[in-house]
Design a protein around this ligand. Sequence first.
Ligand code: FMN
Length: 199
Amino acid sequence: MLISEIVTRRSIRKFQAKEVPRAQIETMLAAARLAPSGTNKQPWKFIVYRGRAKKEFVEKMAEGLTRESDGTSMVLPDSRWGLPDAHNTLRIMEEAPMLIAVLNTCGKSILTPLTRDQRVTEIVDSLSIGAAIENMLLQAEREGIAALWIANTCFAYPELVAYISTEQQLIGVIAIGYGAESPAARPRKPLEEILEYRE
Ligand SMILES: Cc1cc2nc3c(=O)[nH]c(=O)nc-3n(C[C@H](O)[C@H](O)[C@H](O)COP(=O)(O)O)c2cc1C
């Protein structure tokens, strides 16, 4: 039998204004800390934005999307197809009462080119951070907290790392709060498509 939170968790894109108490955020972080990580590096850091700081964070995201949409100094020119979705994510970030920025403490700026070795290290660290985020989301589900995992911050990368004031790599943000929607399960690929046995 599957763990019930794995089954019931949803990405939530409509939020009530009410903030999540610190105790519950720290329970989510307790779950994140227990995630496995390559060589147990635990290459993660979490910064909670609320109130005025959260509003400023969202303003920086909006600034970045405006710059990216101008087309003059794009960070991700080959990903411009993703900009409408990023604008939708911006709307969700505005509505969510709290944002948790997730940093790769061992990562370089996405604007810095990588050697092959650095790329492999970055993949391993990113996977470790993904495991920590999933633990957080499952714990949030257990606590009745709604969440959205957001990677569209990549379009506003320079503006957001400057605002955070960090040299570390911004992985993304988790919007948290209390949900104002109960979406149905989104489709998944059938098992036959993703699983293969070779004997
Ligand atoms: C790494 C990652 C990045 C994501 N980035 C965004 C995002 O920027 N904006 C958004 O609305 N949803 C984002 N999502 C949520 C996915 O769209 C969602 O997980 C997927 O559609 C499946 O829906 P479910 O989470 O309700 O099962 C992201 C999810 C993951 C795992």
